[in-house]
Design a protein around this ligand. Structure first.
Ligand SMILES: Cc1ncc(COP(=O)(O)O)c(C=O)c1O
Length: 404
């Protein structure tokens, strides 16, 4: 697959792209044997945005690998301008802190902003590292399951799970794995419950730039002044521009007391962002918009293609078409695939999807498919799933696919 420079039409090398992909050293393409098509971890098979490649290449050409604060010093302001242009939010650059990746920003915020034993709400199903981060810091997971009929947030359920010892809510907006873009009423409900119980809010907005037509990403900090003051928004160019391995993330720390705790950390404990990650992020957020536009258009076509094929060829698989992300959260409850449907599909279809079991309540009976690949590879994945599932055992009383 090729994405032409600066916003040219997204083209496709189709199956011949498999050769390039199998030569990559990233985890997506090295974890499984070569007869398996990987569609699990959230990296795109599209080459990264050319502006990011050029930015890293310029460092390589100059042999410019010495200590370097130039790019990182520009990032807070450039992040603020990007948010303002793309999402009508003007975060104060003075409240921006850099992290090596989004999960470091989330973990440090949780570590400094809550105490061991504190309850932390997750909107489940959700991105699995949220669980290990909460549990690994000695905090307590409090699950608030989303409504499986469309994956909306039920404000009453959220209010009911918050107990005396709950101190924070962690969520991703847009939501991984369902691809929901929370609407104004859901975001307002989260903000008002957070205010009532004085919760720290960690809003992971890493998917905010990958929204499909018709949906609008609203940064959580825009919901109200109070929300802005109690929220840490963590994001990166990594999902939208496909540069996760370069490790560069930004956090807007609206919570003043937490910001002070971060500032007071001993020097060097957090390490620093490397120059390639910082340069690539600057390039993405200053010159990447044409490429992003073309790529988003392609990802919407891929999403619609998957939805069309699943609805005609695998109607028993439930699929709520996502508003954002390139992830498909597939309900395979109507099949009898054992404890881990992803393991069954790996064995019988030779496709590697993410196991729903890792995503908390409403994860069991689901698999997550990464749709960010060429149409030909997508077709190969779906062909293999159709062939395997056509002969798969079914449950006695199927509920019917949950497609909306
Ligand atoms: C919601 C969410 N947050 C965080 C990450 C990981 O970001 P990072 O590698 O910057 O920690 C991902 C990766 O897929 C994600 O989907």
């Amino acid at each position: 697959m090729t994405i032409e420079k600066d916003g040219g039409r997204a083209g496709s090398k189709g199956l011949s792209d498999l050769e390039r992909l199998r030569g990559l050293t990233c985890i997506k393409w090295t974890r499984y044997p070569s007869d398996v098509i990987p569609a699990w971890v959230a990296d795109m098979d599209l080459p990264p945005a050319p502006v990011t490649v050029d930015a890293v290449d310029a460092l390589v050409q100059r042999g410019d690998f010495g200590y370097n604060m130039l790019a990182t010093s520009r990032l807070p302001e450039v992040f603020s301008q990007w948010q303002s242009r793309r999402h009508d939010w003007e975060p104060d650059a003075r409240c921006v802190r850099l992290f090596c990746d989004v999960m470091q920003g989330m973990a440090v915020s949780l570590w400094l902003g809550t105490e061991p034993g504190d309850g932390v709400v997750l909107l489940t199903p959700t991105y699995p590292p949220f669980f290990s981060t909460i549990e690994g810091t000695g905090r307590r997971v409090v699950e608030c399951p989303l409504d499986p009929d469309g994956w909306r947030l039920d404000p009453e359920r959220l209010a009911s799970v918050v107990d005396e010892g709950t101190r924070a809510i962690v969520f991703c907006n847009p939501h991984n794995p369902t691809g929901r873009v929370f609407d104004a009423s859901e975001l307002t409900a989260i903000a008002s419950i957070a205010e009532r119980h004085d919760l720290l809010v960690l809003s992971d907005e890493i998917w905010g730039d990958l929204v499909h037509p018709g949906a609008v990403h609203v940064p959580f900090a825009l919901v109200s002044d109070d929300a802005a003051r109690r929220t840490v928004t963590v994001t990166a160019a990594s999902k939208a521009f496909n540069v996760a391995g370069l490790h560069c993330a930004v956090a807007h720390v609206g919570h003043a007391a937490l910001r002070k705790k971060m500032n007071d950390l001993p020097p060097h404990v957090l390490g620093a962002v490397g120059t390639p990650g910082a340069e690539a992020t600057l390039a993405a957020w200053t010159r990447g918009e044409p490429w992003l536009g073309t790529t988003r258009q392609y990802l919407t076509e891929a999403r619609d293609h998957v939805a069309a094929r699943l609805s005609t060829e695998l109607p028993q698989v439930g699929f709520t078409v996502p508003d954002a992300t390139y992830l498909a959260w597939l309900d395979v409850h109507d099949y009898s695939l054992g404890e881990d449907p992803a393991a069954w599909l790996l064995e019988h279809a030779r496709v590697a999807l993410s196991s729903g079991n890792d995503f908390g309540v409403h994860g069991e009976g689901f698999v997550r498919m990464n749709m960010a690949t060429s149409m030909e590879i997508l077709d190969l994945i779906i062909d293999r799933m159709v062939a395997a599932l056509t002969d798969a055992p079914r449950v006695a009383n199927p509920r019917g696919g949950g497609r909306t």
